[in-house]
Structure formats: structure tokens, C-alpha cells
Design a binder for this molecule. Structure first.
Ligand SMILES: Cc1cc2nc3c(=O)[nH]c(=O)nc-3n(C[C@H](O)[C@H](O)[C@H](O)COP(=O)(O)OP(=O)(O)OC[C@H]3O[C@@H](n4cnc5c(N)ncnc54)[C@H](O)[C@@H]3O)c2cc1C
Length: 496
């Protein structure tokens, strides 16, 4: 492989070619006078759809290839490929509530309000080609859920904007079962042909180079060889698990943890790797009737079965007025994990906790960049038990929805999920895969905060973080569209 202009360095080096990294690379290289290098640990399958593996393109299932760890706990799953987790995700897009924006503006200033982010949300919707679920993709289960939600009094709402609780269909980055990832959308042939943009795939970021409190570039491993890239500005976009790991390996993080790991501390930032926040959920399984199994099998036979195509934004009794803290997700089709005999489907309703107060962490196990970090999501662990109480509230609502859909599926469990003891509920927790918060944005005098409202790392010059990790709280939404919009906004602050 020939690597152009490594010796001369770049104006901007973007570390991580996922959802945020693709946005930043495309937007920052629009100026032909700025040299940009995008670094991604995973492969780059190129601009032509036909060169990509079929499993990444097929949006009817969640691929398990091109990930950092195979056969691991589900909450650790994240992509290792140009395009990042947009290549392996559910291709759903929703937006959070005004309460989310109030939290973000307190941490990062006015550019994080719903109004200020709106042009960037629209820009991301357009570039990703997002569109609402068409009628043809509704299964018998999804159609019944839409009717039941209306009967239960949830108004129909637009899921792609901040609004109010209610029911509706998400926006999709998928057309006719083809997952349209961020690499296709942002690194199209015209963008890739820019002479000022270099894409280095298969390049693992080990750590940043620092001189006198300023980042001057990054040490990466390319084809097994150590390479040093020099940069005017480094933008970290390695995701909620990857970005804190790169900072920690660079000596930027909690001094005590760095000392235990044998890494010299360059900047004592206790917030790095702390504050991990992800959305846990519990599935209420149901027993599909023969009629539902037949209807789903018929859809599957023609390649048109989509497991989940509607959702409800619901509010527990703990939620601020006008906001929501739950997603109820009816699903029916092949099971997400494992398999069932031919003709049998899995059906049920999940209740996801969208605004958890429990916090986990990401820490290094060693300074080796190939060793996966310790990831502790700490689901439902807050001492006051608030998260458990909200999940129980969600499960009651999920069971209510299931009852309204009884003609298609009856209860599979003898005990309602919302009455399960705490330990049994915790044992059934899964994830919605929306981790954030490990390089949280906040004021410089808050020891828990890592970056300011423009993603600039406190106390370290020449370094930004611009991915999901900087969100101090998770929005009451799926995170892909918020991350796209935030990366669009942060690209503008870098261009200024
Ligand atoms: C299984 C799954 C399902 C999901 N479903 C949905 C959904 O339906 N809707 C939704 O809105 N959101 C969904 N999400 C979440 C969404 O994909 C993420 O919020 C979004 O991708 C975050 O973007 P990011 O840029 O922060 O990180 P990512 O997109 O994960 O990108 C990080 C990139 O950095 C690279 N990287 C990390 N470390 C290094 C290193 N040391 N060196 C070089 N490169 C590195 C990674 O390989 C990766 O490409 C899902 C996520 C997963 C994992």
C-alpha cells in the first residue's frame, strides 16, 4: 500500500472512521486548502455497494462480522469497519426530547439547544437519505401495534424531531432491505476523490503524541508497522468505548488508574472513561398464534419481513412533563439471538429505559491497543433504585400493549415481568446499544467533564473529541441521528 504524504503531516487527523468520523472527514475536506486524514482500524470496503459483504448491507438483521469482539456480551458489540456502527446497527433513527437539550445546553452552551442543532439534524437527514418506514415494510405485528397504540391513547407523532410522547414509525437509513451506512452517505465517490482527503483503513490508533501539553499527532499501527502521523489538530472519533481508551493510553485520564496501568499521566482528567450511560431494556415474550406465525412466514418468504417497524415514546411517573423516558418496541420475526424451528417466530414487546441515572465505566486492562478495554455498563445499579422503578413502569405499559394485541399473541410467561424480583429482572436486561458519556462535555471547573461545548479537551491543546462519547447524558432516542447531527455541528466549529 502506498501512503501519501505521511511525512508532511495533515492539518486535521480524524481518529476513528465511524458515524462521526465519516461526517467530519467529508465536511472538513470540503475546503481544498485543508488536508485531512481519516484513520480507521477496520477495513474500507470502498465506494461501490457491490464490493461490500452482503451481511453488512442486509438491514433485516444485525451483522456480527466486522466487530471488535466476536462471541462476547451483547453490550460490548461495536463495529470495526469504515462507517462504524452504522454498518451493523438497526438503521433506526429517532430524536430526543426538549428535556435532553436542556441537559446538553447546561453542559455545553447554546449551540446544543434543539433550535441551534436543527439545521444540522436536517443536514444529516438529507445526507443519510433518511425516510419514514413505508407501509410495505409493516408486518401484521407492526400494523396491529399501530392500531393498539392509537386505541391506548398514544397520539401519532413524528419520531425524527423533538416533540412529545406518542406512537409512530422511525426514520430509516435503509431502502428495500439495504442498510445505507455513513460511509456510503458521506464518503461517496466524489468525496473520496478529493486530493486533500486520505483514508487510512486497517490502521489501529495506539495513542496520541503529546509535546508540552499539545497534541502533535498520533501513533498508529498500519499493516503491523508503527507509523506516526503529525497533525495540526487531532479529532478523536473512536466511539464511546474507543475514544476514552485512546485518551487513557495517551496518559490523559484519571491519574490513579493510569498509574495502576503503568502509563505516565500527561493530564489528570478523572472524567475520562467514567459516566458510561447506556439504555437497558427488558423483553416481554409472547406466544404467537398460528395465524401470526403464518403471516410472518409469508412475509419472510418474499424477503420482506422486518422484525420491528414502530415504537412508542412513553412517560413513566418519574418523567418531566412533556418528555418521555421509555421506548416500547413491539418485535416479531426470527429471534435476535439463537434460532427457532421453521415456521415459528419470536414475538413480544420490549421496554427500554431511555434516561438511565446509573453510570458505568470504560477502563484499560493494559496499554496494549489490541486488548479490549474493561466495559462495565452497570445497568440498573443506581442505589436509589430509580432505574429499576422506571423499567417496571415500562414493563407495565408493554404488558398493556401486549394485552391489546392478544388476538395475535398471548402471554408466554406465567408471571408478569413487571412483578419479577429485582435480581430476576436484572438477569433479563438487554441493551438498546446506545452507549454515551465516557468523554463527557461540561464546564472546565467540573472534574467529571472532559471536553467543552466544541469538543475541545480541557487542558490539552490541539485535541478534540467529536463522537457519542461526549454526550453527557443519553438522549431519549436512538443515538445515530443525534451523533450525525452533533458531528455536523462540531465540523462547523472546526471550520470556523
Ligand atoms: C448493534 C448495534 C445496534 C445499534 N442500533 C442502532 C439503531 O438502530 N439506531 C441508532 O440510532 N443507533 C443504533 N446504534 C448506535 C449507533 O450506531 C451509535 O450511536 C453510533 O454509531 C455512534 O457513532 P460513533 O461515531 O460515536 O461511533 P462508531 O460509529 O461506533 O464509530 C467508531 C469508529 O472508531 C473506530 N475505532 C475505535 N477505536 C479505534 C482505534 N483505536 N483505532 C482506529 N479506529 C478505531 C471503530 O472501528 C469505529 O469504526 C446501534 C449500535 C450497535 C452497536
Amino acid at each position: 500500500m502506498t501512503i501519501p504524504s505521511l511525512a508532511s503531516g495533515y492539518d486535521v487527523v480524524i481518529l476513528g472512521g465511524g458515524v462521526a468520523g465519516c461526517v467530519l472527514a467529508a465536511r472538513l475536506s470540503e475546503d481544498p486548502g485543508r488536508t485531512v486524514c481519516l484513520v480507521e482500524a477496520g477495513p474500507d470496503y470502498g465506494a461501490r455497494q457491490e464490493d461490500w459483504p452482503g451481511k453488512i448491507l442486509d438491514s433485516r438483521a444485525l451483522p456480527r462480522e466486522d466487530v471488535w469482539e466476536r462471541h462476547t456480551e451483547s453490550y460490548r458489540i461495536r463495529a470495526r469497519v469504515l462507517g462504524g456502527s452504522s454498518c451493523v446497527n438497526g438503521a433506526w433513527n429517532t430524536w430526543g426530547s426538549h428535556a435532553d437539550h436542556a441537559e446538553w445546553t447546561r453542559a455545553g452552551g447554546d449551540r446544543w439547544s434543539a433550535g441551534a442543532l436543527e439545521p444540522y439534524r436536517l443536514r444529516a437527514v438529507e445526507r443519510m437519505g433518511l425516510r419514514t418506514v413505508p407501509d410495505s415494510e409493516l408486518s401484521a405485528w407492526a400494523s396491529a401495534a399501530l392500531v393498539a397504540a392509537r386505541e391506548l391513547g398514544y397520539p401519532e407523532v413524528d419520531m425524527g424531531t423533538p416533540g412529545r410522547p406518542g406512537h409512530g414509525r422511525p426514520l430509516l437509513n435503509s431502502v428495500d432491505g439495504l442498510r445505507w451506512n455513513a460511509a456510503f452517505a458521506y464518503l461517496d465517490p466524489a468525496t473520496r476523490s478529493r486530493p486533500n482527503l486520505t483514508i487510512l483503513a486497517g490502521a489501529l490508533v495506539d495513542r496520541l503524541s503529546l509535546r508540552g501539553g499539545r497534541v502533535t499527532g498520533a501513533h498508529v499501527v498500519l499493516d503491523g508497522r508503527p507509523v506516526t502521523l503529525t497533525a495540526g489538530t487531532c479529532v478523536l472519533a473512536s466511539g464511546t468505548f474507543g475514544s476514552p481508551a485512546v485518551l487513557l493510553r495517551s496518559g490523559i485520564g484519571p491519574a490513579a488508574h493510569l498509574e495502576r496501568t503503568g502509563i505516565r499521566c500527561a493530564a489528570d482528567l478523572p472524567g475520562v472513561g467514567a459516566n458510561l450511560s447506556d439504555q437497558p431494556g427488558v423483553f416481554v415474550p409472547l406466544s404467537p398464534t398460528d395465524g401470526l406465525n403464518r403471516a410472518l412466514a409469508a412475509k419472510e418468504a418474499v424477503g420482506e419481513l422486518y422484525v420491528s417497524r414502530m415504537l412508542i415514546r412513553a412517560a413513566s411517573e418519574f418523567c418531566p412533563d412533556g418528555a418521555w423516558d421509555l421506548h416500547l418496541l413491539p418485535t416479531a420475526g426470527p429471534p435476535l439471538f439463537g434460532s427457532l424451528p421453521p415456521g415459528q417466530c419470536e414475538a413480544g414487546v420490549s421496554a427500554f429505559l431511555m434516561k438511565p441515572v446509573s453510570r458505568g465505566h470504560v477502563r484499560l486492562r493494559s496499554a496494549d491497543p489490541e486488548e479490549p478495554p474493561e466495559i462495565a455498563p452497570a445497568f440498573l445499579s443506581d442505589p436509589a433504585g430509580r432505574d429499576l422503578a422506571v423499567v417496571r413502569s415500562g414493563l407495565r405499559k408493554a404488558e398493556e400493549l401486549a394485552t391489546a394485541m392478544k388476538p395475535l399473541a398471548g402471554p408466554a410467561d406465567s408471571v408478569p415481568a413487571h412483578t419479577l424480583p429485582d435480581d430476576r429482572l436484572r438477569a433479563r436486561v438487554g441493551t438498546y446499544w446506545h452507549p454515551v458519556g465516557t468523554c463527557a462535555m461540561g464546564p472546565a471547573d467540573d472534574p467529571r467533564s472532559v471536553v467543552d461545548g466544541q469538543g475541545a479537551v480541557h487542558g490539552v491543546a490541539g485535541l478534540r473529541v467529536a463522537d457519542a462519547s461526549i454526550l453527557p447524558t443519553v438522549p431519549a432516542a436512538n443515538t445515530q441521528l443525534p451523533v450525525l447531527a452533533v458531528a455536523e455541528m462540531l465540523a462547523d466549529t472546526l471550520r470556523a
